[in-house]
Write a protein that binds this ligand. Structure first.
Ligand code: GDP
Length: 355
């Protein structure tokens, strides 16, 4: 059975560098052409495992594990509003999270909030200790952190300053919240200790290490309880409802399981029950080199396989709201899908009442 990419979300306090880090991750390039590159989805970016392997090179030996996941699907919208609104039955849509903490500022209210949300959702996470380029005397450069973290490249005072900030601003606050945490190179079991990966979204230092550790964490949890098998018809969550020129109201969605096919039916939760609509088109972003007309941003596809971000054009989407669960099914499965969606909506209402 095919495995899907684990879905990755980015959380953290405002201004600690979530957007910058996502931009840097999306710009990850490999020198060799045959490895391909990052694929832009609707609302997400896919980093194929070949790219991660090329970018990490020898670093990967640190993981002591073979990577069988096909890559990572990183959600483009950071922050905990996106994280909590993107749900699937039984929890968060994201399988793994990156908590961004400014290593110089340390934990702030939204950092604590994010950790509490991740704990509640039982979402495994790594910490990206960002802005290491601002550590006094730090000589930051693009590429793996492990190659730059030594007495040859750093002044002893900068190394001392790094260790102080790492402990005081990141490890200690995590310990205070009940988590074991350490610099990723010092972690024995990544399922028991939160890995901290020092990065700079400005210079790109540490981005290979970060990608490696997310992939490694997903791989370890796959061996334990993370189900990445792609099974049956498409299940997804609405990211956004958008008016598009020439298409009318469309929905942007993340498909987290199954396969969606053109000509099938969309079954999606609305405020007054369930909306059923025959799909006109499943759309993906047009690669830049195929985009002749800037208004012509999307290209229709025959099918979409999880995990993926997709735009769905269909009639009657006016009342659909972000965060709603959806299914894409053939005509004879509409009733079943409708029941599933109603059950999901009911369950999520009970949850909110309890809060
Ligand atoms: P967000 O609110 O968490 O998404 O943070 P942003 O990505 O918007 O970053 C906030 C500010 O910090 C911006 O001015 C960025 O240019 C800056 N910034 C982000 N990452 C780094 C970094 O690694 N080093 C430095 N020096 N500045 C950074």
């Amino acid at each position: 059975m095919a495995l899907r990419c684990p879905i990755v979300s980015v959380l953290g306090h405002v201004d600690h560098g979530k957007t910058s880090l996502l931009d840097k991750i999306r710009k990850t390039r490999v020198a060799s052409r045959e490895a391909g590159g990052i694929t832009q989805h609707i609302g997400a970016s896919e980093i194929p495992i070949d790219v991660i392997k090329k970018v990490c090179g020898n670093l990967l030996q640190m993981l002591k594990a073979d990577l069988t996941i096909p890559g990572l699907l990183v959600i483009d919208t950071p922050g905990h509003e996106a994280f909590t609104s993107l749900r699937k039955r039984g929890g968060a849509l994201a399988d793994i999270a990156i908590l961004v903490v400014d290593i110089n500022e340390g934990f702030k209210p939204q950092t604590i909030e994010a950790v509490n949300i991740l704990r509640q959702c039982k979402t495994p996470f790594v910490v990206a200790a960002n802005k290491i380029d601002l550590i006094p005397g730090w000589n930051s450069k693009e590429g793996p952190f492990v190659l730059n973290f030594n007495e040859k490249n750093q002044h002893p005072n900068a190394l001392t300053e790094f260790e102080i900030r790492l402990y005081e601003n990141v490890i200690k606050p995590l310990n205070d919240m009940g988590f074991n945490a350490d610099l990723f190179t010092r972690v024995e079991d990544i399922t028991k200790t939160v890995c901290i990966i020092p990065v700079s979204a400005k210079t790109g230092e540490g981005v290979p290490d970060l990608l490696m550790m997310i992939a490694g964490l997903a791989q370890r949890f796959l061996e334990q309880n993370l189900n990445l098998n792609v099974e049956g018809h498409a299940k997804g969550t609405v990211l956004e409802v958008k008016e598009e020129r020439g298409l009318g109201k469309t929905i942007d969605a993340i498909i987290y399981d199954g396969i969606a096919r053109k000509g099938e039916y969309l079954v999606v939760g609305g405020p007054d029950g369930v909306v059923i609509s025959k799909i006109k088109a499943l759309l993906k972003p047009k690669p830049l080199d195929e985009m002749r007309n800037p208004r012509d941003k999307f290209k229709p596809v025959k099918e979409v396989v999880a995990a993926a971000g997709v735009k769905i054009a269909a009639p009657n989407l006016e009342n659909v709201i972000a965060g709603s669960p959806l299914r894409i099914v053939p005509e004879d499965k509409i009733e079943l899908a409708k029941e599933e969606i109603m059950k999901e909506i009911e369950e999520s209402t009970i949850e909110t009442d309890d809060e």
